[in-house]
Design a protein around this ligand. Structure first.
Ligand code: BGC
Length: 769
């Protein structure tokens, strides 16, 4: 054991020295030496392993603390001792993990350590905003910081592998898992993916505070038909390459150690047995060197997809390039038989086993299987510093959707009617996918307002409405005990209390929207309005004619046409995490000026879905003047969204100059500089996300009307002006053509810079080859 610890220190120091001191050629020579050492080690170990032990490494089990399917593994202890398990997920806590690691390291024949995973999605103990909210910060430093803190806390509790980032592009707000990703844009999604992977894995996965990332769900999971969870995905290759695959590739390029295959079909074949996806694309085209784990029982589920019995689907999965089988034990129970029957080969089993062992090697688990299990680090979770970081990140994620007559910020002396089912609530502050986070330790909005505004503020609190009065809906939302608590008081009485509170106050702050279990996995909704019980409350309150501020909780874009018309202000806070109340109060009272921008389009109506800014033009484009016959539009609604991608207001206002271009005619690899002057024209200091879009009006295929290519977030004092410049090269002009070649074509390009995807200043250039 002594040797292990000295190795640990050396492991920490070497990569730092290598990175800091050596030129690139020597770094790659070092990588080759490291790879050779790893290969020799793994080959040596595999030389001693039986086929059963090799298959055992491919078996990932859960013991049931956190499950997302109907199956939980049995006989785990015995199987670990027999070498029939390679990894365990769903447990955490140094002592608990150590007990289980002991079973493998002390009791199995070859003492091969287990890998320990968990769904650490937006924080481990300290919870950050849900990923869709996190993506609204447009600050990769903050996003990376959240992953670093999550990694630190997760390793302090014995973990070394997290099932994040989820990088599925989603353009359908009915799909509950839109909450887990970064929205609809492939380039922006790639930036977030990279920041998350870097944050989790640090400079080396061997570091005691680093975890291995698991990029999910490979691939195209966000394209589920009708936004219905687990549904079929079917799309053209061009769309895959152009719009859906880039974030996975960005995560891979950032060094992600593992991928998770998705539940859906890709080109008719379920992802977990899709050879084109897992081998041709991921490994041969993209050069992925890590391992692929299936999603929860995804191998078994291929029986229902109609691909054969368990033996058949397990063999298909292995042959396609799937290395580890999550929970379903299809690999464990059938691969040996398939080997005997010639349905899989020893080489295929060896390859998958090698990849799993390599991951453990890269994590340093063979040097020290207990490297993340350090009880002295128990106090590193939920520290005041981590909570402060969470508060800061949360307030950066809020999006001001509306603010008439400068209703916000509020005065710290105001008399406020604080109403709504989410106003004095701890459980729903954290949002979906919180496994180890404790909602009891979150800050409610009522508490946050008291903390921030102090004793001069008057708060007249009333719940006003239940999350919903629909008993069937409540039953479905309550998949875990007490997830939705319903006040027994009749709806009329709750409402009257809210109206009475409002009558006594100058301003109404209504905290409404989706509760925790309304979004996330298996939470598709066909109606994405604020639930009726809450909406009725808002309608009654609006009749009072007092300023009405909506603080909106949501794991997806909601349809807010009524709210947009009748509320004075809307602050979208998603599900902000542990520090929810403090961060919200910071923004409500103007201690922080909101600057978040939405990364998924908000529709006016569910009927517009899928709706996204980077759509094609069609042959009969909508002219923006309202419905007209024989154009691509609806008879009953405009094509425009309620809030476009990249949208978000501030307490101040920003003015944009025209776009200045360094040249208007370019050739080949020349570089273009495009700039605008942005001026803070309002009364408050504030941040603005300046966005660069390019459109390519003539090409060999029909192109999206515009595509985000870059952004810069700037900070301006009142009256201050800054020049914001973007460097554009032919790289930004490239797209996938009909041959799936990634290239650019000469012609005219429109450079667009602005405050959101629908509000830009434009200038055009001619760019020849
Ligand atoms: C989800 C994954 C998750 C896994 C393990 C599945 O149901 O789709 O995102 O990582 O469960 O909990």
């Amino acid at each position: 054991m002594k040797k292990c610890f000295s190795n640990r220190i050396i492991n920490k120091i070497i990569p730092l020295c290598v990175a800091a001191l050596l030129p690139l050629s020597q770094v790659s020579a070092q990588t080759k030496t490291d790879d050779a050492k790893m290969n020799a080690f793994v080959s040596g170990l595999m030389g001693k392993m039986t086929v059963d032990e090799k298959i055992g490494q491919l078996n990932l089990v859960t013991v049931g603390a956190a499950t997302t399917g109907s199956v939980v593994n049995k006989g785990v202890e015995d199987k670990i001792k027999k070498g029939a398990i390679g990894g365990v997920f769903g447990i955490w806590g140094a002592d608990h993990v150590k007990e289980v690691q002991d079973l493998a390291v002390k009791n199995s024949r070859l003492h091969i350590p287990l890998i320990f995973g968990l769904d650490v999605i937006h924080g481990h103990r300290t919870i950050f905003p849900i990923p869709l909210g996190m993506s609204a910060v447009w600050d990769m430093g903050l996003i990376k910081q959240s992953a670093q803190i999550a990694a630190k806390e997760a390793t302090a509790e014995g973990l070394n592998w997290v099932y994040s980032p989820m990088v599925d592009i989603a353009r359908d707000a009915r799909w509950g898992r839109i909450s887990e990703g970064s929205g609809e844009d492939p380039w922006y999604g790639g930036q977030v993916a990279k920041a998350m992977v870097q944050g989790y894995q640090g400079s080396s996965m061997k570091n005691a505070d680093a975890v291995m990332a698991c990029v999910k769900h490979f691939a195209l999971y966000g394209g589920a038909e009708a936004g219905r969870e687990y549904n079929t995905v079917d799309m053209s290759r061009i769309r895959m390459y152009q719009d859906y695959l880039p974030p996975y590739k960005a995560a891979l390029d950032a060094g992600a150690g593992s991928f998770m295959s998705s539940f859906n079909t890709v080109d008719g074949v379920p992802a977990s047995a899709n050879k084109w996806l897992l081998t041709d694309l991921l490994r041969k085209q993209w050069g992925f060197k890590g391992f692929v784990v299936s999603d929860y029982t995804a191998v078994n589920e291929m029986e229902a997809h109609g691909l054969g019995d368990l033996q058949m689907v397990s063999a298909l999965a292995l042959k396609a390039g799937l290395d580890m089988d999550m929970v379903g034990e299809g690999f464990l129970t059938t691969l040996k038989k398939s080997l005997a029957e010639g349905k899989v080969t020893n080489q295929e089993i060896d390859l998958a086993c090698r990849r799993v062992l390599e991951a453990k090697y890269k994590l340093g688990l063979f040097d020290n299987p207990y490297k993340s299990i350090d009880p002295s680090r128990a106090k590193e979770v939920l520290t005041p510093e981590n909570r402060a970081a969470a508060r800061n990140i949360s307030k950066h994620s809020f999006v001001l959707l509306k603010n008439d007559a400068q209703t916000l910020p509020l005065k710290k002396t105001a008399s406020i009617a604080l109403v709504g089912p989410l106003a004095d609530n701890h459980r729903d502050m954290l949002g979906t996918w919180v496994i180890a986070g404790e909602w009891e330790k979150s800050v409610s909005i009522l508490e946050g307002i008291k903390n921030v505004a102090g004793s001069n503020v008057t708060i007249n609190y009333a719940k006003g409405a239940n999350i919903t009065e629909d008993s069937l809906f409540i039953k479905r939302l309550n998949f875990g005990p007490g997830m939705v608590s319903v006040d027994a008081k009749p709806a009329d009485e709750l409402l009257k209390e809210a109206v009475d509170a409002a009558k006594k106050s100058d301003v109404i702050v209504a905290v409404v929207g989706e509760s925790q279990s309304m979004s996330g996995e298996s939470s598709s909704r066909s109606d994405i309005d604020i639930p009726e019980s809450q909406k009725s409350m808002l309608k009654e309150l609006a009749k009072l004619g007092k300023p009405l501020v909506i603080v909106l909780f949501n794991g997806r874009p909601l349809t807010l046409t009524w709210e947009d018309k009748h509320a004075s202000a809307i602050l979208d806070v998603w599900a902000p995490g542990t520090e929810a109340g403090n961060a919200i109060a910071d923004v409500l009272f103007g201690d922080y000026n909101p600057a978040g921008k939405i990364t998924a389009t908000f529709p006016r109506s569910v009927g517009q879905i899928p709706i996204y800014y980077n759509h094609k033009n069609t042959g009969r484009p909508y002219d923006g003047k309202g419905p007209s016959k024989f154009k691509s539009n609806y008879l009953d609604i405009s094509n425009d969204p309620l809030y476009p991608f990249g949208y978000g207001l501030s307490y101040t206002t920003f003015g944009y100059s025209d776009v200045k271009l360094s040249k208007t005619s370019l050739k080949g690899n020349e570089t273009l500089t495009a700039s605008v002057n942005v001026t803070n024209t309002g009364k408050y200091a504030g941040e603005e996300v300046v966005q660069l879009y390019i459109s390519d009006p003539v090409a060999s295929i029909s192109r999206s009307v515009k595509e985000l290519k870059n952004f810069k977030k700037i900070n301006l004092q009142p009256g201050e002006q800054k020049e914001v410049s973007f460097t554009i090269t032919p790289e930004e002009l490239k797209f996938y053509n009909s041959q799936l070649k990634y290239d650019w074509e000469a012609g005219k390009f429109i450079i667009q810079i602005g405050t959101n995807s629908a509000n830009t200043r434009d200038a055009s250039v001619q760019w020849d080859k």
